[in-house]
Design a protein around this ligand. Structure first.
Ligand code: MTE
Length: 331
């Protein structure tokens, strides 16, 4: 399914929106497909993903251990998603729109040398080398829920620290109100940026007070190892109370500004993806409900969907940031 955008082209919605269509396919259609061999090819694709998952196990990348975080709410006591699911079922459109593509394609991403420039309305604009950034603050392990706007969720042990540590270093000026995050846009190593699926680079943004919240994280690792490329190596954002698409991968620049920045998904479909994108079971996506979610790994025949929690369960920690704000308008 394609949706029209104001940019004279068409974009794909998140790829899982495509999947449910198969459920409507009549038995006759399916038989026709089988006769032409297309269904067989689809099944082979699925088997390919399973085979790929078999080869993806923790213990292959460099260790990046962190002490358990003391930040309030930073460790949820829920079973972590299997590493193989977290590292083979990804959204990283620069490497393809299918969930299995980033794990297959992201080996071309070159993560060293790597720098992150922090500039704009700051007293001390700085370009940090990745090694410097890694050591800027103690690495912590945080176990966060990640809720994707498509209706699925995972529980992931990230390794990193609060992004406020970096922002404090560059001394935000009094008129700085927002942070704009730029992710890598390299057509040579990222096959997906040749497509018009999004307006590249993938840009995300936060209000400065959201970015300064202790739960807002810069992650360098997961499951005690450095990040696999497909999960956003060498450094990504993780905002556990917002839909997953706010957590930009492979960050190269953070720019402080006084105007609300335009974000990639907002530009693509403004009525579907707002600036805030806080997880909110009471505000439906225009095309589907956000009241429940499917936890990846709990997909047996009788697996019940989970109720989605306000701010993804982090209301006690972040609710105050939105006091007085109409969350239906500011979705
Ligand atoms: N960052 C970039 N640069 N490109 C992307 O396509 N996808 C987002 C987000 N960050 C995306 C991105 C979406 S939609 C989600 S749900 C999360 O990354 C997925 O993170 P994960 O693959 O580590 O679970």
């Amino acid at each position: 399914m394609l949706i029209k955008t104001h940019r004279d082209g068409f974009i794909h919605p998140f790829s899982s929106e495509i999947t449910p269509q198969s459920a409507y396919q009549s038995r006759r259609d399916l038989m026709k497909l089988m006769a032409t061999g297309a269904a067989g090819a689809a099944l082979a694709g699925w088997a390919g993903r399973e085979a790929l998952a078999e080869t993806v196990k923790p213990g292959k990348l460099a260790a990046l251990p962190g002490a358990k975080s003391a930040v309030a709410g930073a460790v949820v006591m829920e079973k972590a998603t299997d590493y193989k699911d977290a590292s083979t079922y990804n959204n990283y459109y620069e490497f393809g729109t299918d969930k299995s593509e980033p794990a297959k394609n992201a080996h071309t991403l070159k993560t060293t040398p790597w720098t992150v420039t922090v500039d704009g309305l700051v007293g001390k604009p700085t370009t940090f080398g990745i090694e410097e950034l890694l050591k800027l603050s103690a690495q912590e392990e945080r176990i966060y829920r990640l809720r994707c706007v498509e209706g699925w969720s995972m529980v992931i042990p990230w390794v990193g620290y609060s992004m406020s540590k970096v922002l404090e270093k560059v001394q935000p000026l009094g008129n700085a109100k927002y942070v704009e995050f730029f992710t890598l846009n390299d057509p040579k190593t990222m096959p997906g940026v040749g497509s018009r699926v999004l307006d590249w680079p993938y840009i995300e943004a936060l209000r400065l007070d959201e970015a300064m919240h202790p739960l807002a994280m810069l992650a360098f690792g997961m499951y005690g190892e450095v990040l696999p490329n497909q999960n956003g190596a060498p450094v990504r954002m993780v905002l556990p109370w917002k839909y997953g698409f706010k957590s930009g991968k492979s960050i190269v620049r953070m720019r402080l500004t006084d105007k609300e920045p335009k974000t990639a998904w907002n530009k693509a479909a403004a009525n579907e993806y707002g600036f805030y994108s806080n997880v909110n079971p009471e505000v439906d996506h225009p095309r589907w409900s956000q009241a429940t979610e499917r936890r990846i790994g709990e997909d047996g025949l009788f697996a019940k969907k989970r109720k989605t929690l306000m701010f993804n369960g982090y209301e006690a920690q972040v609710g105050q940031l939105y006091a007085g704000l109409d969350l239906k308008k500011n979705y």
